[in-house]
Write a protein that binds this ligand. Structure first.
Ligand code: ZN
Length: 370
């Protein structure tokens, strides 16, 4: 999940989480204003507990198998519980104050686009349902898969109804060893008192204006003052949808390249990629393209870029799932490193070259022929 992680204003809250962990506090309720990255912080903390070789300050190393499993939404000892109505926030491309839920796994066991929302007749729940909490009982009832910690991230805590809260209470009261619950709330007053009373409350502060503006500039936002003001000072809300940071000409240009599939001449890539572009936004667009290809292969479904359905269908039919997953993994690594790229243009070109390679993959050719 390509979340924006390790937000620069979370230093104090991070230290507080580390000391709660050192005191063996097993249930923490993170609270504070919306759009300041509390869920990102909760996931950073969860990953650090699952990391097999944490670095200084207790941060996750980002490289071990525990980190890789957590980052891809596949760690068997991590559960992320959110209401169905937040399904659009799930998925590996989710940006900002978002979370990924394991219920969106594909058959390959890799977190994919959410399946909710396709049944247009059924309204997705805004509550965390009791079934979701009961599923946690199975998760908590067996020993940990990887022999380390086990973490439940639940958000927002105010979306627990009375029944699901009651089911959760028992788990909060008698947690198995090495288990940590991290609950997240934008609105502490709305969290049921029974839940609040069983957690240690940890407030997450909003960033200073200067810090938020600097961070938005680093994300490639052109008019950070205006956007931050419009979002009430919440930087993640101000960032909005990452892909929208690309101007129309750049977006169209990238789609024109992607639509050529395996036939895209490498020489055309260098000529067509603009000299300067917001890297994270471009990689987000590629990731969504990749997920659409996979979704089309699985169910002839296009979620993100329906205007390009004809191209997506043509390319998806001629590709192999395994090769597409490989491309998505390389995009995820690029996204993770997009904070400090040497040269955004070169990274975007590399992403397109690996796209061509993935579509030309010998394995995919063999499969098509067989
Ligand atoms: Zn690690």
């Amino acid at each position: 999940m390509a979340l924006i992680r390790r937000l620069p204003w979370h230093g104090a809250a991070w230290s507080a989480l580390r000391s709660l962990h050192a005191r063996d506090v097993h249930a923490i309720l993170l609270h504070g204003g919306a759009g300041i990255g509390k869920k990102s912080l909760a996931l950073d903390f969860a990953q650090s507990l699952l990391c097999e070789s944490p670095v200084a300050g207790g941060q996750a190393c980002g490289a071990c198998s525990g980190c890789n499993l957590a980052l891809s939404g596949n760690h068997p000892d991590l559960r992320i519980v959110v209401p169905d109505a937040m399904a659009e926030l799930r998925g590996p491309e989710a940006v900002g104050d978002d979370v990924t839920d394991l219920s969106s796994e594909t058959d390959d066991g890799i977190a994919g686009p959410p399946r909710e929302g396709r049944d247009s007749g059924k309204k997705a729940s805004r509550e965390i349902r009791i079934e979701q909490v009961r599923e946690l009982a199975d998760f908590l009832g067996v020993s940990t898969h990887r022999g380390g910690a086990r973490v439940v991230v639940l958000a927002p805590a105010e979306s627990l109804n009375q029944a699901s809260a009651n089911a959760l209470l028992k788990m909060l009261e008698e947690p198995p060893s090495a288990t940590r619950f991290v609950l997240v709330s934008d609105s502490l007053d709305e969290v049921l008192p029974t839940i609040r009373s069983r957690c240690v409350l940890q407030r997450v502060a909003a960033p200073d204006r200067a810090v938020a503006l600097q961070w938005l500039r680093e994300q490639g936002v052109d008019d950070p003052e205006e956007r931050l003001a419009a979002a009430g000072g919440a930087p993640l809300a101000a960032l909005g949808d990452a892909e929208q940071q690309l101007d129309d000409a750049t977006r169209s240009g990238l789609f024109a390249l992607l639509a050529q599939g395996a036939a895209l001449p490498p020489g055309e890539v260098a000529a067509a990629v603009p000299r300067a572009l917001p890297l994270s936004a471009a990689i987000t667009l590629f990731q969504r393209w990749g997920w659409d290809l996979l979704a089309y292969r699985a169910a002839e479904y296009v979620r993100y870029h329906p205007r390009h359905k004809a191209s997506i269908a043509r390319i998806a039919k001629a590709s192999a799932t395994e090769s597409l997953l490989g491309w998505l993994r390389s995009l995820e690594a690029m996204q993770a490193a997009s904070d400090h790229p040497l040269n955004p243009r070169l990274v975007v070109e590399a992403a397109l070259f690996s796209y061509i390679e993935a579509l030309k993959d010998p394995q995919s050719r063999t499969r098509r022929e067989s």
